[in-house]
Design a protein around this ligand. Structure first.
Ligand SMILES: NC(=O)c1ccc[n+]([C@@H]2O[C@H](COP(=O)([O-])OP(=O)(O)OC[C@H]3O[C@@H](n4cnc5c(N)ncnc54)[C@H](O)[C@@H]3O)[C@@H](O)[C@H]2O)c1
Length: 137
């Protein structure tokens, strides 16, 4: 499958550079975040976090016209989930943010779309628990 439109959920230290890099390489990207302050700063062409070179990259992505932001997921060819996975007791990952993001995708998820549930996450675990067809993951 050829990916033309990617939806990145979570625009923090992982998601924002990822979304911006895809956008500056010609893909259409919708960046999604639940924090309105994050969306507001990006709409003004500013990065809300500091990483060397990130501001320049974000501004290039916005200027390219390929990066837009949204408070909720949209239909896309691929989804990258880059939301927090804090540790719980016993060094287990708290997947509640990932689960919330996966559930938000379901209404717009179409057959054949790719879902990348993020680092440290077993795709099939999310699919099994939330009845997302495993072929999507
Ligand atoms: N930062 C790193 O250096 C690093 C390195 C390796 C792995 N990771 C992993 O990458 C993942 C993301 O980490 P990060 O550092 O980018 O986190 P972050 O805290 O910088 O950013 C996460 C963003 O996700 C947003 N968010 C929370 N719930 C959401 C939802 N349901 N839908 C959309 N957006 C939502 C938050 O508002 C926040 O802006 C985590 O699993 C983390 O463990 C991070």
């Amino acid at each position: 499958m050829r990916f033309q439109h990617i939806c990145v959920l979570g625009l923090g230290y992982i998601g924002l550079p990822t979304a911006s890099t895809f956008a500056t390489h010609g893909l259409r990207v919708t960046g999604v975040d639940v924090n309105p302050a994050v969306l507001h700063s990006l709409q003004n062409g500013e990065a809300h976090i500091y990483e060397p070179g990130l501001r320049t990259l974000v501004q290039a992505a916005v200027k390219s016209g390929n990066l837009s932001v949204s408070p909720q997921p949209v239909e896309a060819d691929a989804y990258i989930i880059a939301v927090p996975t804090p540790f719980k007791e016993g060094k287990k990952a708290d997947l509640s943010f990932v689960i919330a993001a996966a559930e938000a995708i379901v209404p717009v998820l179409r057959r054949g779309a790719l879902v990348v549930p993020g680092p440290f996450v077993e795709a099939r675990e999310v699919a099994h628990r939330h009845e997302i067809p495993a072929r999507h993951l």
